[in-house]
Design a protein. Structure first.
Length: 418
């Protein structure tokens, strides 16, 4: 890629692993980068037409409904929560717009393939960080990357990632295992897609597959184990002729992850948890029970919304942490809020009906992962993984002839299916 150092999209991708600049206010590097690029792109906002414009409006509407609910149903507003909650919507919107505008002016038909490859490099770097954190205490460094609520900061309560690391679940710079599991699952789909369009050489495939599988397993994320791995196998089985080497490499990555977790943990808790996830033991209990059963706090929250404000929810002032993306959308925006998010998923997939079959399969896998991951959290509103997701949304709605052209096999690449 020419002039890669001046490519704004590469800066956006690098910002995924950027630290917090002002942690008390939740300001990260990606905020500065994406909002600054949005200001630079304002004069090109007229390039948003058709499906790009519709998705942009849906994203804005998704954030507007909780604001309306906040104003109309609250006598006391927590402005810190309002700004933090609204930022999750506006950051995704801004990243989507910046990517759309940049892709409109991009003439390299292979550009998006290179961008996806760069994302895999970012994930590979995070795997290295996660592996180091398994053997050495680098919490003083990772604290610059991990978030916590304003209230918890004042009380000195550890972040979700710090608590997860205490259970030997290593997410690197990601804020929690769910976010890391989603990011690595999408990374796995990216590898399969790049292989299907013959855009990976054998050494690249081996390296990326190793790092993505190892990173996902080290996070011990249900999203990765119950979402990314099975969806990846289905996706790869349908679009590629899988050979034994794929499974052997997956087993090797699993073995390395198990060895690392077993050797660094002083008890069998993390090891048994990962083994239980991989074997499917107590599947429903791990995935649903305690979270959605009739006696849980989530069931009470759903009942309150249904009784008091089912259409537009309660707004942003409320719980600091939600245990489900479905609950968060429903709590903040009611039926309208959750309907917009589900319609958005359907519309983006509808928008790629003119794309080639390989791209449609890729986005179907990403969408299925999102629907499943919403059981544990709103992936579109997550702190870091949502950045590349917004980039993918923008890619999906571009002209297939300009951004997803099939590529001739790389020289000396031989069999991309290994």
């Amino acid at each position: 890629m020419r002039n890669a150092s001046f490519d704004p999209m590469l800066i956006v991708m690098l910002s995924i692993i950027g630290p917090y600049l002002i942690k008390d206010f939740g300001v990260r590097v990606d905020h500065v980068v994406i909002y600054f690029l949005l200001m630079l792109s304002i004069h090109k906002i007229n390039l948003l037409r058709g499906r790009n414009l519709i998705v942009s409006l849906l994203l804005l509407l998704g954030g507007a409904i909780p604001i309306i609910s906040e104003v109309t149903s609250r006598s006391v507003t927590n402005f810190a929560q309002v700004f933090a909650g609204l930022d999750n919507y506006t950051l995704f919107f801004s990243c989507f717009v910046v990517t759309c505008v940049h892709l409109k002016s991009q003439k390299d038909v292979f550009y998006t393939f290179n961008l996806i490859g760069f994302y895999l490099k970012v994930l590979s770097f995070n795997t290295i960080i996660a592996t180091i954190s398994a053997f050495f205490d680098i919490s003083s460094v990772l604290n610059f990357f991990h978030s916590t609520t304003l209230g918890n900061l004042n009380l000195g309560v550890q972040s979700v990632s710090q608590n997860a690391a205490g259970m030997y679940r290593f997410s690197g710079i990601f804020d929690q295992p769910l976010e890391a599991g989603f990011a690595y699952s999408v990374g796995l789909f990216c590898i399969i897609y790049l292989v299907s369009v013959k855009h990976l050489s054998r050494p690249e495939l081996i390296a990326y597959l190793s790092f993505v599988l190892l990173g996902g397993l080290l996070s011990i994320s249900k999203v990765f184990v119950y979402g990314g791995i099975p969806l990846g196998l289905l996706y790869a089985s349908y679009s590629l002729r899988l050979q034994l080497t794929w499974f052997l490499w997956a087993l090797l990555s699993l073995s390395v992850a198990l060895i690392i977790i077993y050797n660094v943990s002083d008890d069998a808790q993390a090891f048994s948890f990962l083994f239980r996830l991989l074997t499917g033991e107590r599947f429903l209990e791990e995935l649903l029970f305690g979270r959605f059963d009739h006696s849980s706090s989530m069931a009470d929250a759903f009942a309150d919304i249904l009784f008091l404000s089912p259409l537009v929810g309660f707004g942003f002032t409320g719980p600091s942490i939600y245990d489900s993306g479905y609950l968060q959308y429903f709590y903040q925006g009611g039926f309208f809020g959750i309907a917009i998010q589900l319609f958005l998923l359907c519309y983006v997939n509808y928008g790629i009906h003119s794309q080639n079959k390989k791209m449609r399969l890729f986005f179907f896998a990403v969408t299925a992962l999102q629907i499943g991951a919403l059981l544990g959290g709103p992936t579109m509103l997550s702190n870091r993984a949502s950045i590349f997701l917004a980039v993918l949304y923008a890619m999906a709605l571009q002209s297939p002839n300009r951004t997803f052209a099939a590529r001739e096999p790389l020289k000396n690449s031989h069999d991309y299916r290994l």
